[in-house]
Design a binder for this molecule. Sequence first.
Ligand SMILES: Cc1ncc(C[n+]2csc(CCOP(=O)(O)OP(=O)(O)O)c2C)c(N)n1
Ligand SMILES: [Mg+2]
Length: 1022
Amino acid sequence: MERPGGTRTLLVPNIKRANELDFAGFWSAYEDVIRKVRSNKVSPDDFAGTNVTLSNPGTIGTQLSVPRLMPGQGLIVATGRIDYPSEYQGTAPETLAELGIGKVIGITSTYDHRVIQGAESGEFLGKIEALLRGGGGFYEGVFESLGIPYEPVRWSADRLSDLDGSAGQSHLAKQARVLRLVNMYRVRGHLLANLDPLRTKKVLAHPELDLGYYGLSVWDLDREFFADDVPGPQRRTLREILDLLRDAYCQTVGFEFRHIQDPDEKRWIQERVEGVSRELDKEDQRYILERLNAAEAFEKFLHSKYVGHKRFGLEGAESLIPMLDTLLEQAASEGAERVVVGMAHRGRLNVLANVVGKSYSKIFRAFEGDLDPESVQGSGDVKYHIGATGKFTGRDGTTIAVEVASNPSHLEAVDPVVEGMARAYQEMEDDSERNRHLPLLIHGDAAFAGQGVVAETLGMSQLSGYTTGGTVHVVVNNQLGFTTPPVHGRSSEYATDVAKMVQAPIFHVNGDDPEACVWVTRLAFAFRQQFRKDVVIDLVCYRRHGHNEGDDPSYTQPLMYRKIEEHRSVRKLYMERLVNRGDITLEEAERALEDYRRRLEQAFDETKDSAPPPTSVEEQGPERIGVLPSVETGVPRETLDRIVQALTTWPEGFTPHPKLAKQLERRRDILDRDAVDWAMGEMLALGSLVLEGIPVRLSGQDSRRGTFSQRHAVLYDYDTEERHYALSNLADGEGGARFLSYDSPLNEFATLGFDYGFSVVAKDWLVLWEAQFGDFINEAQVVVDQFIVAGEDKWGQTSGLVLLLPHGFEGQGPEHSSARVERFLTLAAEDNIQVCWPSTPAQHFHLLRRQLHRDVRKPLVVFTPKSLLRLPVARSRTAELTGGHFREVLSDRRDPEANGVELVLLCSGRVFYDLDARRESEGHDRVPIVRVEQLYPFPEEQILEQVRRYPNLREVRWVQEEPENMGAYAFVHAQLHHRGVLPEGVRFGHVARAESGSPASGSATVHEREQRRLMERAFALG
Ligand SMILES: Cc1ncc(C[n+]2csc(CCOP(=O)(O)OP(=O)(O)O)c2C)c(N)n1
Ligand SMILES: [Mg+2]
């Protein structure tokens, strides 16, 4: 201590009960004593009862000192300075390292014989030496008590030095091992990174990152090695090399990128990670703090004002807000115009308020029981599902549109939808570079690892028909999925492992280090921009409350939640860190706190007077319109000629497949022959739309050729496999639109979701998704149930998507027969979708054209044929295409004498042709067959019009090929019979296959027999 007069004095206060303290406890007690001394607060009590005195004359240069006991002292332990032994003082550092000469410290024990025996003192010093060499887990204990997330270096003998006789050899060998170690840090360094704010699973060591594993030891740390691909001088000590690698790979960001095969991508990341400072400037730091204030204040406010409401709070993952801000700011500054965001429930409201800029009052209205007035139809959705659009303004004033897609509860289902939306913007805005309209997906850890659609969506990310030029993914990894911890939730190490399948780099980051979070976001976005590939950020964090706020998480995670309760918020920790580092002053911290409080108050103020307005939603919803008026969709003959010409010819020098060339040549005069087959009818519809300036996107498994080899939208050169897109070139330079057709990957969920998303944005495009067989549509049931049929009702989100679903009972077994007509009809309500089952090429033609020639956009489900594709009687005349419109009901072509008709058959689709043939062969001339070509909206009036033509009618009989519990029977029965719309005295009958669990028989013989029975019963008088 320095005295007022300038003299110094020695004070030796003590630390009480030192034997009961761990290292951190001892340290903090020591700091307490020092503080007391410095502030003149030591009392006599601080000196009383000393047993052992510690002295460190080493700090003033003493190498070894032997203190003298004062009266009453039992033991003094003195430490000398830490230095190389005297005899090596003049030796060059490299030589010291080469020889394995280390620094030493001398410790003496001066004792009173009456208290300690000589031998005991020796043992005591021996014990200290053993501990200092790492015995008894000494350093592990110290590190653990100080919370240092590293494994201490271990003492071991120096082997293989250049002195052991195999000089050059050993150094060379070590050099090789050092390079292996360097590589291993890049590959597995993330395993040692400090990623978990809760520090639950401490991983301090990994065998492949251990010096000993490579035959290296502590003695090698000061030896120089060659490490030319690590930034810095070529030759450096191993310690310097390791320090650099640990800083790069084992801090609060863990990098997984060595699974990538492209050397450029790997190098790009490496150069931005190794030896690069991650410090942010002051302005960024303040911005982060301000954003964390906003994020936390929002949650706190909701928590206290709307107690017990489900909101799926962001607490524990607040760093997400500055991350998203950073991303948007970066995107805006690079000229991007729009980000389409897909996210789950967690933190959604916070993102809407703090990132998208949705007003507090709008968000809070949802809490007060009012549905969003903007959800037009009325049934609405819960508050954490509805989408929003807004404008984000960066600090430099640049802006970017943000569109958060509406999503269902079904986790991750929105992923492909968002991709489709982003792709549609890119197509519509000619963003061929794919850098002006960007997708961003935010996931939960359990869902990302668990839901198959994640893999499906990733799998499409680089395909020409589906790519959006790379998606930035952020996984909000709170280390729980509802109550399920990762050990029970996935078999993979990380929640993000699935992303490796597309060689996306994965950056894991500790959510309690918001600076690292922001830094890594910039890196991820830059990677996406540079390589147009997906990139994943795994934001490792925690969930402060239960799955929702009414849920008690301690039933299942008592230990975790005890920890979380004690854990300070991201904002608090960050503010403390800034103050401790001297990055902000205490006054600035105060101001930040003030800012935080002000935000809270503002939120309360803004909502104080907002009593819930009277609910504006009608109980009934809007009136059903039903069948809409027809629109004329005929096309002039010249247009048809032109399309046929384009489809049946090919450029000079192109060699079509010889078999196909013949088929195509035969189709050249299809119009003259009045023999338009199904595929041609369809292509004529699409081609005519393209010529009218309506772009078309058609995709599905093998859709370019067509599952049944019917379409041939793309021709392949027989010699070179070069492709020829007939319709794509149709309207070149004449104001025509594009025709895009893609073979999709083999999935239904993501591809259908993608095309749905595309159709939501591209309302003026005809977007068609085709199933290989309609049976497989149930792989995408979530998209059907949650988006296609309910999207308009829930979110006012319309779509004109067309689903082409091959359907028909033709003896192909249980899974190649049914597109589950019954299911679509169950889902049809409130004019939400159109369910059509055209039976002729002309009807199909008009149906597709009608889709874009009406003002309304409603999804259209079309059951498409298989054998009809080639059935000669199922061809259309050219005149049926040059005029007319889609007819919801087709009357009987034969038009039997009305008075003689007692039975009318009603049917849809292919079965008509079987019935017609049977009628012909059996002479059932007095039985008209009426085709219902549109099942929903149900054309009741048109059917009744047909029925009323026959005054002596006794029965209307529905005939279907499907089992009785499937197909349209139950639906048609409900429409015609239950509602009592048939004329007095007219029965409703039906003929169907027997009810069955499986849609169709696997045996062709059984099928034939059933079909015969069906035909017999159809015409039986009963
Ligand atoms: C497809 C699907 N299955 C089940 C659920 C029910 N569910 C809602 S949230 C949740 C846990 C989600 O965990 P995670 O993805 O980690 O997100 P977190 O809630 O932890 O943010 C579950 C199982 C759902 N919403 N969707
Ligand atoms: Mg989770």
